[in-house]
Write a protein that binds this ligand. Structure first.
Ligand SMILES: [Zn+2]
Length: 378
């Protein structure tokens, strides 16, 4: 908790916490976390993508490597725990293993990824995707630092990836539990919907002769709320946007998520049909543009079972839940099996200075993580 505070004080902006890819603050954060790694007996390096890597070498030189990680970068005006908590829990786990004189049959690395939030280049998971070797040509074109693709790791050398992260949601708090096992990282569709009607005088156009784009949009928003998946309209633009003019154009964002890709895609299709019906009935036009589709990532079933077994020892109830937010584990799943443990956070608040976790709950997460690594030995 003290280390979270110390890292939380390292920022690129005075008065608030902001650390972006390879910024001066990120370099200071890597240096400080690197000191803690060294003190815990790890050898420390930075890879070509500025990911911080602490390594505990196994006596077996042919062994594979288990990676525990999360990210050290933040959003703008961030909280102290989203990302750093997972890296620091990993270091604490190494300290526990060392205190218990546990010899590992595999190499263990603690990784602090250089960019998950994507604030600097608007491209998420830069650090973990560089490690997974899944950066696109477009990514490489926008990044000023050259050669970051050399951070790529071989899947042959990896045993798996485990990540501790704050839940960023209210489920664990509502169930009064410290930790939960992540089943999958939800897939996501981002869609832009435009309704085009006809502008008119707000005083002289009778209600039955209107083609109000905003009323059409409103119907779709309520349909999304009842769609049976996690769906959000977070932005809406209305034109011409005057109090005395009937809206001619309404443009809205639609964000749809589900751990099951076919259910997400089916829900999007059903909403598109609904939008067409609304448009037809109201005499407006609708344009439906899919901006982005990300497939869901399932956590490794075997690793999940191990985590659930361990959580049962530490909690009165084991809860398994999908993650609605993206994580480095999603990027790492391209090259190895992944596992994730959520830690309860106060009010489900994240990406905000009010982000808060309790020492008790963090202690439980570290204990579960330590047991998990021990379980992977046998
Ligand atoms: Zn995060």
């Amino acid at each position: 908790m003290r280390r979270c505070d110390e890292l939380g004080a390292i920022s690129d902006e005075a008065g608030q916490l902001t650390r972006t890819f390879h910024s001066p603050a990120m370099q200071r954060a890597n240096a400080l976390a690197g000191e803690w790694m060294r003190a815990a007996g790890m050898s420390v390096r930075e890879d070509a993508a500025f990911n911080l890597i602490g390594r505990v070498e196994s006596k077996n030189p042919h062994a594979k490597t288990l990676i525990i990680g999360s990210h050290l970068d933040t959003v703008r005006n961030a909280g102290k725990y989203d990302g750093p908590l997972g890296v620091l829990a990993g270091i604490a786990c190494v300290e526990n293993l060392r205190a218990q004189k546990i010899e590992l049959p595999f190499h263990l690395e603690i990784v602090g990824f250089s960019d998950e939030e994507g604030v600097r280049y608007q491209t998420t998971y830069l650090g973990s995707r560089a490690m997974a070797g899944t950066l696109t040509k477009r990514d490489l074109a926008v990044i000023a630092e050259k050669g970051i693709e050399r951070a790529r790791r071989s899947r042959r050398d990896l045993l798996g990836y485990a990540e501790v992260h704050i839940e960023q949601g209210p489920v664990l708090e509502a169930r009064k539990l410290a930790v939960g096992v992540v089943t999958a990282i939800a897939g996501q569709s981002r869609i832009r919907v435009e309704f085009e009607g006809r502008a008119g005088h707000a005083g002289t156009t009778p209600m039955n002769l209107r083609r109000d784009a905003l009323c059409a949009a409103a119907e779709l928003i309520l349909a999304a709320e009842k769609s049976g998946v996690i769906a959000t309209v977070g932005q809406i633009d209305v034109e011409p946007g005057a109090s005395n003019v009937i809206p001619a154009l309404a443009t809205l964002s639609l964000d749809v998520r589900h751990a099951n890709d076919s259910r997400r895609i089916a829900a999007c299709r059903a909403l598109k049909i609904k939008a067409d019906q609304i448009a037809k009935r109201r005499g407006v036009r609708v344009r439906w543009t899919i901006l982005q589709e990300t497939a869901s990532v399932a956590c490794d079933p075997q690793a999940r079972k191990i985590l659930e077994k361990i959580v049962a020892r530490h909690e009165r109830e084991v809860i398994s839940l999908p993650s609605g937010a993206g994580h480095d584990a999603a990027a790492m799943s391209a090259i190895c099996p992944v596992a994730m443990l959520f830690v309860r956070c106060k009010g489900g608040i994240s990406h905000h200075p009010d982000e808060s976790v309790s020492e008790r709950n963090v202690a439980k997460a570290i204990a579960v993580l330590t047991d998990f690594v021990k379980e992977c030995c046998g």
